[in-house]
Ligand binder design. Structure first.
Ligand code: FMN
Length: 165
């Protein structure tokens, strides 16, 4: 079997999480392939799918949403897991909740086998100048909030779920 690990990113954090998931699944005996959604991967030939998206203004990345919409029928026919990568997932006050993930799952119209909200990074040097002002006005904390051990643990957790096709 092969799992497609597709991701949509602006500043690169989601890619690093998707890479970690791909490596962990493969090491656990569940071969996985990492592809940017911008490359329009076809999920048809895969046995299961993990989709990851960065969060921008309380929504998943537009390419992730467009890709999932255009492959909705195929995706609903196999195990699919979804994760977000955001600034706010690092905030304990949010209790792991992510509006972008809830809206994304609602848009899908079916329940993924797993949904997770991971903290990413907010690094001004990686963000276009006009968006830095927006982030500053939102008083978004900056830094690298990734927890790759938590990402590895989630990949281990979903490995058996992805094999239940
Ligand atoms: C323009 C912009 C808007 C953002 N909006 C949100 C948001 O609404 N909620 C949030 O938690 N994080 C928000 N973030 C932080 C990103 O989700 C965070 O930097 C994440 O790691 C981005 O993933 P990426 O590096 O894969 O693009 C925003 C970042 C940018 C640049």
């Amino acid at each position: 079997m092969t799992v497609l690990v597709a991701y949509a990113t602006h500043s690169g954090a989601t890619r690093t999480l998707a890479e970690t998931i791909t490596e962990t699944l493969t090491a656990a005996g569940v071969p996985a392939e990492l592809v940017d959604v911008d490359q329009s991967p076809d999920p048809t030939g895969y046995d299961a799918v993990v989709l990851g998206s960065g969060v921008r203004i309380d929504a998943a990345e537009k390419p992730a949403t467009a890709w999932a919409k255009s492959h909705r029928e195929v995706l609903s026919s196999k195990p699919m897991a979804f994760f977000t990568c955001s600034g706010s997932a690092a905030d304990p006050a949010k209790g792991g909740k992510q509006k972008a993930a809830d809206s994304f799952v609602e848009m899908l119209g079916f329940s993924p086998v797993a949904v997770k909200n991971f903290p990413g990074w907010v690094i001004m040097d990686k963000i276009p100048v006009h968006e830095r002002l927006l982030l500053k006005s939102m008083r978004t904390p900056t830094g690298d909030f990734r927890d790759l051990d938590a990402v590895r643990a989630w990949a281990q957790e979903i490995a058996p779920l992805l094999q239940k096709g």
